[in-house]
Ligand binder design. Structure first.
Ligand SMILES: [Ca+2]
Length: 669
């Protein structure tokens, strides 16, 4: 250490000694009774799927002995939800106890958490609580984008944990963090200071949490421990990685190892509470911030089984996560609680047990303690609500209604074995209508943009893959999950669960195409099974209008449309009618049943005239074998309007045709 730092170092030691002496003096006082301002610990894991709490019983490979012990000593809330399928809004919701749409933090691009919103730490301060944040924060100003200025350091500080009620903080997801104290709990006189620790992230995060508990064993405290696990980047921390089953995909092994490291940290934390005599007056929540991402290239090795969907979806796979509450001696031990609850309930519970709830009438959650103790029966919530990107949802008892974009709806019976793999919209129109009224009434209490929302290409792709089964599931996670549960096999099945995609008035009859549904079974959405990637698709004037950019901010001329689940005999002739004012070339790529992925050689191109008028072009698609998946790459220098796509297979098979003019003018739900 440079000599110039020595005075500061001496000051630190002196400060630490004073704290230590003060701590010993206060340590002589008797422990507080369990109901006098209990300590509250909120552990929030990251992208941690429902299956990856071993006590949930969904997957035999996961080992979480310390979390399972927490479940045995407390309550497992098996219908526990978060407020968003993504990090920032989920954290904004849990820390404020208010639906984050109320203050505009609706998705990852819409931070920071406004300084005016009250966090749990701020709400507990009048009751004498001290608070610490450890790990991922993610509520600072949104990360800079290309072409915009980085947030100023002052801005970052204004929205940091220190500015949101946390007296102690170790703000960092990986190996460097901005801290108020060192890992031994000594205050840093020039805080905040950037510190580094080379050990696996969960290890230093546990150390930081323990040092805070040690220092405040005699104070009522709130600890928000936001472990950055099993979020990517995936790592192989030892000794945990070597203990994972070698036959599993690498991502799965890494997630199991990272979760094991967190689980061991939770074991250390609970040991410390016992040693300090704090177990009986500490309420611990453990919640995952959103479901695991599963899509190709994004899978973090975690699984959402037996739930449908993934991070980024308002199906349960994106929203229902490991959820535990333990307060030994006050909450029952080993109970499974089934009524739906939501992470918003943490704040309402915290202010109630701290005795500060009189000032908390603006909270959206419910004090769960009387429900979990059995003193109150019935469901804590009339309904739970979500609104995120192009999706919105409401859950009321067993039913869940999801709106997708401006026109599509799904109704699921979560008490049925099929869950979110079977749409009941046609069978239960009255249930759906009542739920939609509730959802729209809630939506009206929020700032806009209101429902319905515009289509979003990624959201459409998610539903095509997980709900409609018109796109295949990502291969690696499908392999890891294969055959583990009935629900899991239903989720990874390639059979179409609902007849929506790829039908038009001139479509091939179902008998010649396994993916073509019975036209009378369900009406087609206006994209007719095509999904936009890296571009946005809107129905406009009887065409599909493809607009560059994904609707979130990134603009790319490389967007395309994709359609999976086909069965077309190659070679074939393609005909496309479109309007592309800038001209350029149209490419069609294909994948046959024998090919695992697209290969560059399997692309056909045709030049387009630069014209404001519609043009019809034809090109040969020299595919050998059964074509199961195609991509259509238009020249996306600007909007392109697509009116018709047709593939005429060789031989006697009927052509497959998507005539967007025929349905786009009458969008159906
Ligand atoms: Ca997350």
């Amino acid at each position: 250490m440079p000599t110039s730092c020595l005075p500061l170092r001496r000051l630190t030691v002196l400060f630490a000694s004073i704290v230590a002496v003060f701590g010993v003096a206060r340590g002589a006082a008797a422990p507080r009774p369990a109901h006098d301002r209990p300590n509250i610990i909120l552990i929030y894991s990251d992208d941690h799927g429902y299956a990856d709490l071993a006590a949930n019983g969904a997957d035999p490979d996961i080992r979480t002995p310390h979390l399972d012990a927490l479940a045995r000593d407390g309550v497992r809330l098996v219908n526990g939800y978060v407020t968003a399928p993504q990090c920032v809004p989920s954290r904004a919701g849990v820390l404020t106890g208010r639906y984050q749409q109320r203050f505009g933090v609706e998705d990852n691009t819409l931070g920071p958490l406004p300084a005016a919103e009250l966090t749990i730490a701020e709400r507990l301060k009048p009751a004498g609580y001290v608070s610490a944040h450890v790990g991922k924060w993610h509520l600072e100003p949104a990360p800079r984008r290309a072409g915009t200025a980085a947030p100023a350091a002052d801005d970052e500080r204004a929205f940091s944990p220190g500015a949101q009620g946390f007296d102690t903080y170790y703000n960092g997801a990986m190996n460097t963090f901005l801290a108020s104290h060192d890992l031994q709990g000594r205050p840093l006189p020039d805080a905040p200071r950037r510190l580094s620790d080379p050990r696996f992230r969960c290890v230093w995060q546990t150390d930081a949490a323990l040092s805070f508990i040690d220092r405040h064993a005699r104070d009522p405290f709130f600890l928000y421990l936001a472990y950055y696990t099993p979020h990517v980047p995936l790592e192989s921390p030892e000794p945990w990685f070597s203990r994972t089953p070698a036959h599993l995909p690498l991502e799965r092994r890494q997630a199991l190892a990272m979760i094991a490291a967190m689980d061991d940290g939770i074991g250390r934390l609970r040991d410390r509470l016992n040693t300090l005599g704090l177990a009986q007056n500490t309420l611990v929540f453990f919640i995952g911030d959103n479901g695991a991402p599963l899509k190709d290239g994004a899978w973090n090795g975690s699984l959402n089984l037996p739930l449908t969907g993934e991070k980024g979806m308002l199906t349960d796979g994106g929203l229902r996560t490991p959820f535990l509450a333990a307060w030994p001696g006050t909450l029952p031990a080993g109970r499974t609680y089934t009524p739906p609850v939501i992470a918003l309930d943490v704040a309402a519970t915290a202010v109630a047990v701290a005795g500060t709830s009189a000032r908390a009438t603006d909270l959206d959650g419910v004090n769960l303690v009387p429900f979990l103790r059995g003193e109150r029966t019935g469901a804590p919530h009339d309904a739970l609500y979500w609104r995120w990107r192009s999706q919105a949802a409401v859950r009321d008892d067993r039913w869940k209604l999801i709106l997708l974009g401006p026109t599509r709806k799904f109704l699921f019976d979560l008490a049925s074995p099929e869950g979110e793999t079977k749409d009941r919209l046609a069978a239960e129109p009255a249930v759906a209508a009542a739920l939609e009224r509730k959802l729209l009434a809630w939506d009206r209490t929020l700032p806009g943009p209101h429902l319905p929302r515009a289509e979003h290409a990624q959201d459409d792709a998610f539903f095509a893959s997980h709900v409609l089964k018109t796109a295949p599931p990502p291969s690696k996670r499908a392999r890891a999950a294969k055959g583990k549960t009935a629900a899991a096999s239903a989720e990874t099945s390639s059979a179409p669960a609902r007849a929506v995609a790829a039908v038009s008035s001139l479509a091939t009859p179902p008998s010649t195409s396994p993916s073509a549904p019975n036209a009378s079974a369900a009406p087609a959405g206006f994209t007719q099974g095509w999904t936009a990637r890296n571009c946005t698709v809107v129905a406009q004037d009887g065409v599909l209008r493809l607009v560059p950019g994904d609707g979130v901010g990134a603009k790319s001329a490389r967007g395309f449309l994709t359609h999976a689940g086909l069965d077309l005999a190659g070679p074939m002739r393609a005909t496309v009618r479109l309007r592309a004012p800038a001209g350029g070339s149209l490419a069609i790529a294909w994948r046959t049943a024998e090919e695992r992925d697209f290969v560059a050689a399997h692309t056909a191109r045709v030049a387009l005239a630069a014209s404001p008028e519609f043009q019809t072009v034809s090109l040969d698609v020299p595919a050998a074998g059964r074509v199961i998946h195609v991509r259509l790459h238009p020249p996306l220098e600007g909007p392109v309007d697509l009116a018709l796509v047709e593939f005429s297979p060789s031989g006697a098979a009927a052509p497959r045709r998507w005539d967007f003019a025929s349905t786009a003018s009458t969008p159906v739900r």
